[in-house]
Design a protein around this ligand. Structure first.
Ligand code: MG
Length: 306
């Protein structure tokens, strides 16, 4: 079995970092990810630079990334202005977010869910005309910080609406990290019935320690791609103490041991995670960097008990 791991560290991972990370360090993260074998990188966002200063250097980042066959760079796009910027900067794919609840949609994007769908349709058509690969992400698909529970029926109805524009991929995002595996399976099973020809991707945060269980369930339930961030970086504005996205290296560890092929060298990602912790000035949330790979070097003189 093959799974694509989408590295979202440069975008979702860094988005909430209070200290500005230099363009040079963002490029080092991307270069190291590509060298490790990651082939899809969510590198930038074309959000208004005044709203998210951390991601204001999207053009400079894309101008510096290593361009090689098979490597695809994605940018998050919110509106026509963002799409124009994405095209000028040379992205390979765009990701457009539609939020599953009106309150979160208004707070996050300044529009209703219905208006969000209409905007996705316009962007999808323009991006298709420009030859870009298009992902639409349904955010808050597992729960909303303002409205609480979001029913599977609500998410699947929205999924049917966004599928009408013929996306290359639909992503289900647990934006605030509240999902559980049963809901993952329910949504993916439903999605496959509604949009059988569209690839499915999932985006999990490990906010309540369900992120990896959700990710492994998603593979079993038909997802072809999983988002993860090196080191597990990535804050959540609605859960200030939360850890971030599921960590690329921890996910890869499980996938490798299960015989799921990703084409990514976990040892390389592990090195990048350690470096990234140095850049951010604190240990990253990912656990593999603390525990180490297994099987690894045998411990010569064990001191611990059972
Ligand atoms: Mg996220």
């Amino acid at each position: 079995m093959d799974i694509t791991v989408v590295e979202v560290g440069p975008r979702d991972g860094l988005q909430n970092e209070p200290e500005l990370v230099s363009t040079e360090n963002k490029l080092r993260l991307i270069e190291a990810s590509v060298a490790a074998g990651l082939r899809r990188i969510e590198a930038v966002s074309f959000v208004n630079p005044k709203r998210v200063p951390q991601l204001a250097d999207a053009e400079a980042v894309l101008a510096g990334v290593p361009r090689q066959a098979g490597v695809s760079y994605s940018g998050l796009v919110f509106n026509e202005r963002g799409l124009d910027r994405a095209l000028a900067a040379g992205v390979d794919e765009i990701n457009v977010v539609v939020v599953a609840t009106d309150t979160f949609s208004q707070r996050n994007q300044g529009c209703s869910v219905r208006q969000g769908v209409e905007r996705w349709r316009r962007l999808a058509d323009s991006a298709a005309a420009a030859g870009l690969r298009r992902t639409v992400t349904i955010a808050a698909a597992f729960g909303c910080p303002f409205e609480g529970e979001v029913s599977a029926a609500t998410v699947l109805e929205l999924l049917g609406q966004v599928a009408e524009s013929g996306p290359d991929e639909i992503a289900l995002a647990d934006t605030i990290g509240v999902g559980t595996p049963d809901r993952v399976r329910e949504l993916l099973t439903g999605a496959a019935k509604i949009a059988p020809d569209v690839a499915l991707r999932c985006h999990f945060h490990n906010t309540r320690n369900t992120g990896y269980a959700n990710a492994l369930t998603a593979i079993d339930a038909g997802a072809s791609a999983l988002d993860a961030s090196t080191g597990g970086i990535g804050g959540c504005p609605f859960a200030p103490a939360a850890t971030g996205n599921i960590a690329t290296e921890d996910l890869l560890y499980a996938l490798d041991r299960m015989g799921v092929r990703t084409g990514v060298a976990v040892s390389s990602v592990l090195e990048t995670a350690a470096w990234l912790g140095g850049v951010l000035g604190r240990p990253v949330p990912g656990l593999l960097g603390r525990a180490g790979l297994f099987p690894g070097e045998p411990i010569s003189s064990a001191t611990g008990g059972a």
